[in-house]
Design a protein around this ligand. Sequence first.
Ligand SMILES: Cc1cc2nc3c(=O)[nH]c(=O)nc-3n(C[C@H](O)[C@H](O)[C@H](O)COP(=O)(O)O)c2cc1C
Length: 367
Amino acid sequence: MSLNSFGHLFRFTTWGESHGPALGAVVDGCPPGVPLSEALIQPWLDKRRPGQNRNTTQRQEPDAVRILSGVFEGVTTGTSISLLIENTDQRSKDYGDIAQTFRPGHADLTYHLKYGVRDYRGGGRSSARETAARVAAGGVARQVLAALAPTVRITGYMVQMGEKRIDGSRFDWAEITRNDFWCPDPVAAAEWEDYLAWLRKDDHNSVGAMIEVVAEGVPPGLGAPIYGKLDSDLASAMMSINAVKGVEIGEGMAAAALTGRDNADEIFWENGRVGYGSNHAGGILGGISTGQPITVRFAVKPTSSILSPRRSIRLDGTPAEVVTKGRHDPCVGIRAVPVGEAMMALVLADHLLLDRGQTGGVRGRIG
Ligand SMILES: Cc1cc2nc3c(=O)[nH]c(=O)nc-3n(C[C@H](O)[C@H](O)[C@H](O)COP(=O)(O)O)c2cc1C
């Protein structure tokens, strides 16, 4: 399979399958001298780790990361950084039934039609186990940002589960880490808890979600016109996450309903700095960061693996009824939050290096 790499100057490649011995990432293009250790990457993996509460899959994986190369005496050397995460809790017998059957909503059928062979155990390469490797690579990207653009702060959270949305008037940043859903609205989080318990236990069903990732403190000037747009790389990054079906930046799809008077963010010169009256643009104009918060939203589809029977076909074309057992996330949006944050960090680190390479910090002046 080709195309396992992402990024331009700060480029990472992931490898591995759900039920193989291990998975990981190789990060290339990381500047030298950046402080890096396993302890600096592990907290991000712990945030994504399965089996932490009853609202996510019960697969128990420590997701302990090992750095195999590219770091010497606590700092990056500028050579490729290899990251390894062992798989320890595979339960392949859960997947015996699907060797001959295609699970609706999964990649089983398309992999078979394209490659003629597939590792059916846990979905093989299509499994979201792969996202652990991205989160590890994202940990390296965060270190690059901390070293070169320390003002950047990336925060992801869930704003919608099924039809149940947060109430913006109750938005509380501190609340995000207090519940199992990375939800900034405590009332919505309590409601989601009951709803998900009912869905999982009584309705044998799953539900989709909307995640928002915000990057604050991003310097103006990241991104380039036309094919190097920061927004197109962010959209590509988020869309590459398993189960993502839609990506929006700033007003996103809602911009279609606005008028120009409402949408164009007014510009001011205040205390020697550029200021804006609003942020409908989501922090990006002409593919280049404005210095305002970069806001990305992505929609994830409901988990396809559910205990309710769904119709499908077998390898020989005969009809089959699929009930997906095994351990699954009832709402994949929850664990997609740290993955979205990692992709934001990876894109920003890449564009920071691209900007450094092309402009070397040259900037236009105002005032
Ligand atoms: C963090 C995360 C966890 C996921 N966990 C599951 C899961 O437990 N069960 C499942 O059916 N799908 C899960 N998915 C989604 C599947 O990996 C994905 O739907 C499937 O591979 C098909 O790919 P596609 O939806 O991108 O087309 C998860 C996705 C993410 C991002």
